[in-house]
Design a binder for this molecule. Structure first.
Ligand code: FE
Length: 330
């Protein structure tokens, strides 16, 4: 009797055994406290435990180096740039799930099924309550209007959030129009791009500028912070749209790794995160917006632009080129 014949029945017994650990292993760029409550809820529901490793950087390199032996099943991250980098590195595999496809609009998942958005992160305008009237700015195009000369604060043009927004503008129009817009925005800056999204709101509260561009969830984060609450209280959030589109959003998302030793359980976790319960939990913990229209409708708010985010990721090098051409950070 061959060794294989000897072990095959044993393997079958192990697979069928309820004693065998049911688990999913996660590599995450998201802070543990932002994802752990979700994993706990999943474990409670299914009995499948979730082990997560928090990484600061190098996820694609690590998955590549581990190859087929990688213990990781799922890669969690924010930003379309990072999701598409994982895809480009070849460390993900396609998932075809009717549940995921039904919950997540096509714009917010990879057309090849290698990554799925789980929450949206709107890039919005923060406007001074004192110096900007209601309805005075409603579109991203307006940011280039002369009326805002020397009144806008924004972080570096090379920042991932801004690159995605600029890619969104290219997608709406073309390189030439996007360049004219970016030039207009640059000419409206009250100061050289610097600091993070929250630093721009601080600058508004100190009178240095009147509007800024930032991610919406920072409003909630600032309100939870004693030092930053006065900054947040000085501004109002405006959900701008493209003139012929919706509000620009980025996503947090997930992909199934190429190795995925616990593939079936991992897909169950993905599907849980796309369910109404998972969506509500995820968005609440992160002050983001559910990606499933059914879940986000209950939170009200805004209409996300429907440009496919993989398209925006592909336009990222063009966006970076524009930032350099107009010397945005001068
Ligand atoms: Fe952020």
């Amino acid at each position: 009797m061959s060794l294989r014949a000897l072990f095959a029945p044993l393997a079958a017994v192990f697979l069928a055994s309820p004693l065998l650990a049911q688990e999913v292993n996660v590599y995450s760029y998201r802070q543990p406290e932002l994802v752990q409550p979700l994993f706990d809820a999943f474990t409670e529901k299914t009995g499948i435990s979730v082990n997560s490793v928090f990484l600061n950087k190098g996820m694609a390199e690590r998955l590549k180096a581990e190859g087929k032996r990688s213990p990781a099943d799922l890669a969690f991250t924010v930003d379309i740039g990072r999701l598409s980098q994982l895809k480009a590195a070849g460390v993900l595999q396609p998932v075809h799930s009717d549940i995921l496809d039904a919950a997540i609009p096509p714009a917010f998942r990879d057309p090849d099924g290698e990554w799925f958005g789980l929450t949206t992160r709107a890039r919005v305008i923060f406007a001074s309550r004192d110096r900007v009237a209601e309805g005075e700015i409603t579109t991203y195009e307006d940011l280039a209007s002369e009326k805002w000369r020397d009144r806008i604060c924004i972080r570096s043009g090379t920042n991932a959030y801004n690159l995605a927004l600029i890619a969104g503008m290219i997608e709406q129009y073309d390189m030439q129009t996007a360049k004219a817009w970016l030039t207009g925005l640059r000419d409206n800056l009250a100061r050289k791009p610097q600091g993070n999204d929250r630093a721009q709101v601080k600058a508004i509260s100190e009178g240095e500028c009147d509007i800024s561009v930032g991610n919406a969830y920072y409003m909630a984060l600032m309100m939870k912070n004693d030092e930053q609450r006065p900054w947040a209280e000085a501004v109002r959030i405006i959900y701008p749209t493209f003139e012929a589109g919706g509000t620009h959003v980025n996503v947090s998302g997930v992909g199934l790794t190429r190795a995925a030793p616990n593939r079936d359980n991992a897909i169950l976790l993905m599907e849980f995160l796309a369910s109404d319960e998972g969506q509500r939990l995820y968005a609440e913990i992160n002050s983001e917006t559910p990606i499933s229209p059914r879940a986000s409708a209950t939170r009200g708010g805004f209409t996300a632009d429907d440009a496919n985010l993989q398209t925006l990721a592909d336009l990222r090098p063009d966006a970076l080129r524009l930032v350099e051409e107009v010397d945005f950070d001068r």
